[in-house]
Unconditional design. Structure first.
Length: 280
């Protein structure tokens, strides 16, 4: 019996080239630097609210860890036998830069809020190893990989936009960071959609089934986050950096309804982009 979320082998296909005459996929990126956070942190008049600091610790640690894990996904993709197009790698390069920047920003914030060095944070995170064994069947070709990535980035956008309200109690640097990360995650989602529509438009009708498999996988009792960057939105709200939970990667997540709504929204985005880019 196949695992929930495993696509049939027939669903996998080689990387696609854009049809002749169609413009190359766009990669939109807005660069910013952690020094901006330093300025906001130093100019803050009041110290962060202690209750907010305690309440948001787990959420901040989880975001920090998952942003760190982007390097695991990059390394995994480079080792895979699946064919990924030059356009995919152009998008991935900007994505990886942004995710590394998110990690640096969250590390800056966590270190100052909880009085640990950034070197110590990096050392603790580097003790973990990723495990893609359950996730790999969902990433069997460029189309499926991009649908999963676009879905994940949209869910991250929603999570950061939601968190921005509570993080505002941590001061201007936290507010700025959450706002910029949410903006970047949405750009990542749209860059991936642009790539999908320009290179694999004929497969768009398959996207709904891929998303359904992803949500079934993400919400199945067997699934747990394993430092893979993708699908960190699990439905189990506990774990801290110090937790003794048997799974060191468990983290805060979104509700099933929220994930399903992200899926529906992604489908709408895909077809809206399709009608803009490939009007028939
Ligand atoms: Fe990110
Ligand atoms: Fe992202």
């Amino acid at each position: 019996m196949s695992r929930p979320g495993s696509p049939s082998p027939a669903a996998c296909a080689p990387a696609q080239l854009p049809p002749v005459g169609l413009p190359r996929p766009r990669v939109r990126q807005i660069r910013w630097i952690t020094a901006d956070l330093q300025e906001a942190w130093e100019n803050e008049a009041a110290p962060p609210c202690p209750r907010a600091k305690a309440a948001l610790h787990d959420s901040l640690w989880h975001s920090l860890a998952t942003e760190y894990d982007a390097r695991h996904l990059s390394a995994f993709l480079r080792q895979q036998p699946i064919a990924l197009s030059p356009a995919f790698w152009a998008m991935e390069r900007a994505w990886a830069e942004d995710e590394a920047n998110h990690y640096r920003g969250l590390s800056f914030l966590y270190a100052r809020l909880y009085d640990v060095s950034e070197a110590e944070i990096a050392a603790r995170l580097s003790e973990r190893s990723p495990d893609f064994s359950l996730l790999a069947p969902l990433l069997c070709d460029e189309f499926c990989l991009c649908v999963v990535l676009a879905f994940d980035e949209l869910a991250s956008t929603r999570a950061y936009a939601h968190d921005a309200v509570s993080y505002s109690a941590l001061g201007a640097a936290a507010r700025l960071l959450l706002r910029r990360m949410a903006r970047d995650e949405l750009l990542h989602c749209h860059n991936t959609i642009d790539l999908l529509v320009r290179t694999q438009a004929r497969r768009l009708p398959e996207a709904k089934a891929v998303i359904e498999r992803v949500i079934a996988h993400d919400t199945s009792p067997q699934f747990s986050y394993r430092a893979t960057f993708l699908l960190d939105q699990i439905i189990k709200p506990e774990i801290t950096a110090e937790s003794t939970d048997s799974n060191p990667y468990n983290a805060v997540g979104l509700s099933v309804e929220s994930l399903q709504d992200c899926g529906r929204r992604l489908i709408r985005f895909l077809y809206r982009a399709q009608s803009r880019i490939n009007p028939c």
